[in-house]
Design a protein around this ligand. Sequence first.
Ligand code: IVH
Length: 702
Amino acid sequence: MKKSQTPFEHIETHLLSKSQAEDEMLALKELLKQFDDAYYNQDDPQVDDAVYDTLRRRQKDLQLRFPTLVKTLNVHETVGSEPRTGLTKRTHLVPMLSLENAFNTTDFQNFINRIQRYLDLKSNDMENLSFVAEPKIDGLSINLVYEDGNLVQAITRGDGTIGEDVTENVKTISNIPIKLLKKAPEKIEIRGEVYISKQDFLILNEQQKQSHKRLFANPRNAAAGSLRQLDVEITRHRPLSLFVYAQGYSSQSVADTHEHFLKRLQEWGFQVNPLYRVIKNANQAEDFQQTIFTQRSSLSYDIDGVVYKVNDIHLQDRLGFVGRAPRWAIAWKFPAEKGITTLKKIEIQVGRTGTLTPVALLEPINIGGVIVTRATLHNEDEINRKDIRENDKVIVQRAGDVIPQIVQVDASSFKETRNLSFQFPHTCPICGAHAEKPTGEAARRCTGGLTCKAQIEERLIHFCSKNAFDIEGMGSKTVSTFFKAGFIHQPSDIFHLEAYRSEILRLEGWAELSLANLLSAIDQKRTVTLDRFIYALGIRHIGLVTAKLLAAYYNTYSIWKEQMMLACQIGSDARLALGSIEGIGPAVAEEITAFFSEKHNLNTLNDLEKVLHIESVESNTEGLLAGKTIVFTGTLSTMTRSEAKDIAERLGAKVTNSVSVKTDYIIEGVDGGSKAKKAKELGKTCLNEQEWRELIHYPPLD
Ligand code: IVH
C-alpha cells in the first residue's frame, strides 16, 4: 500500500470556525471519495488503512461537531460498523477484571515472588506451585450466565461492572452451547473471548468490499462490530467463535485446579484453547512464551501474549485481588512493535497537580495498525539520560494499550549537525510561575497552584472523568471548551451550567437536545459515593485505592472532613489516626493535610456540599469483625500480614498499624514487641495466632 500523509493540519474541532469546518468537510468528502474509488473500483489503494480510518474518524468528529453543515453540504456518510448504542446495560454478578502485564522474564519472576511473599511459601511449597499457561486471545471478552444448564444471558465486558446484553446475538454463535451437556452448578458465569479467525476476517472484509462497505481494521474490531449488532441476523452471518477460560460467579465450586476447571468446561460443551500447558517456574514460562510466539503466525486466530494463572483454585482464592486485577494471574505480552520516525518537537504539558510532563510530537507513523503522533517522555531526567533532542530520528514502541514510548534515538541517522540538547523549562509554560524540582523527585512542578490555568483545567477534567464523577458528555474536550469560555472555573460550577444555557447553545455543535442530555447526565451525578468524591478532588497521591481506603475508614463525608481538618495539626490524634491507616504512608498524609490547610480548597468543598449528596461508604456491618479495629504485630506462621489484613477487612474490620484507645484486638505473632506491650498496658485484648484463627473461623493449627 502506498503511504500518504493526511492533508490537513490537525486543528481540534472545537477550535475550528464554521467556515474552516465547511472547507475541511468538503475537502474530506472529495478525498475519501477518491480513496474509495481507488480502493473499490481500481483495486489500487492510495492510502494505508490506518490513515483512511483516521480521516473517517475526523469526518465523523466534524459531523458531530457541526451537525447543521452535514445537511447543507450534503456530506452525510455512513461510517463503518461503529459500536452501536441501544443495547440494554446489565451488571455482572461478579465484576470482570483485567490483568497485570509482564513483558519479560524479570516481570514474570516478580509475579512469582509476589505470590511467594503474599502466601509466605517455603521452597518446598514453591516446588508444588504450578501455573496454567494459555494463549491470550485478541478478541472481545464475554460473560455467559447459565441457569440450570441453560444459557440465560450473555453480556459484554463493558467497564468490567456493567456491560451490554448481547444474549440473542451470542445464541447465533455455533460453538457456544445453549444447553450444557453435563450437570453444572445451578447458576454460573462462564467467561471467554469471542473472536473471528484471521481467514474469516479476510473473507468478511472481501464481502464488505464487494458490497462497498467499510473494511474492519483487524479481526478484533470485526468480532466486536459483528457481535454488538442490534440486528441479530447480521451477527448470524458473521463467523464468530468462542474460547472460554474463566469463571465469574458460581453457586457451587466446580474444580480444585484451573486445569480441572478447563476439563469441566470441555465436558459442558465449550471450546477451550488446545494449546494450554501446565508450567512450574519462570524458566518454563520463558520457554512456553517462545514456543507460542513462534507458532503465532501459523495460528488461525490472533493472540497477543500468554496468560499465566495459578493452578490451585484454593490458592487463587487466598491470593484474591489488588485493585482490579487478580494477584494470581498475569498476561505476558509479546514484544512491543516498533518504528522509526522524526521527533518534531518536545511539548511540555502541565497536569492537574502541576507536574510538567514532556511529550514528543512525532511525524505520524503507523505502528502495528495504529497511527502514532505522540509519545511520552516521562520527565527531564529521561530526556537527558536518553539524550533526546528535537528533530532526532527516534525509535518508538507501542505495546497494547500502553501510551507509546521512545526507546532511544536512532544514532545511525545523525547528520553533521544536531539540535542542541533540550532545555527543560524552569518556569511553567502556561502560567509562568517557577517550576521547582525537589531533590530526590523526578518531576518538576509548577508552583502556581490554582492561579495556573492548566492546573485548574486539568482538575476539572479529572473531576468529570470515568473513575471520578463519570459525567457522560463531559469529556476532556467539552470541559476545556467550557473552561475556556468561562462557564466553569471550579468543580461546583459544573452543577450550575444551566445558567449558561443560551451561551452554550450558541457554540458550534450544541443544540437543545444535546444540551438537555448533558444537563440530565450532570443531574444524575449529584449523588456520589464518598470514595469517588475523594478521588475526584484530584489531591496529589490520592489515587483510587487510597480514596477507597480513606472512605472505608471514615465512612461519612462529614466525619472525613472534620477529621482531615483536625489532622492538619501535627501531632493531633486525628493526624496519628490518619497515619495509622494501613496503606496510607506519610507522603499521602502530608498531601491530604496540605490540601485541607488551603482556604480555597475548603471553599471548593463548601460549594460542592451545597450541590451534592455524598453517600456514606457503608462498612461491612454484617461481617464477623464488623466495626472492630485490629492491629497486627509480629509474624504469623500460617498467613502473611497482607493476607491477614485482607481477611480482616473482608470481614468488616478496620486494620491500623498502631495501637490506640480505639483498638479492639491486637493479633500477636512471633516477636510482637512493643505494640503488644503497649496494648497490654492499655488493657487491650491480645490474641495469639490460634485465637485469631478461631476468631475468623479458620481451622485450628495442627
Ligand atoms: S483470564 C481474572 N485468560 O485478556 C482473569 N483472559 O487483559 C480473567 N483474555 O479481559 C481473564 N485470553 O478479555 C484470561 N486465556 C485468557 C485470555 C484472557 C484473552 C483477555 C480477557 C481479559 C484480558 C485481560
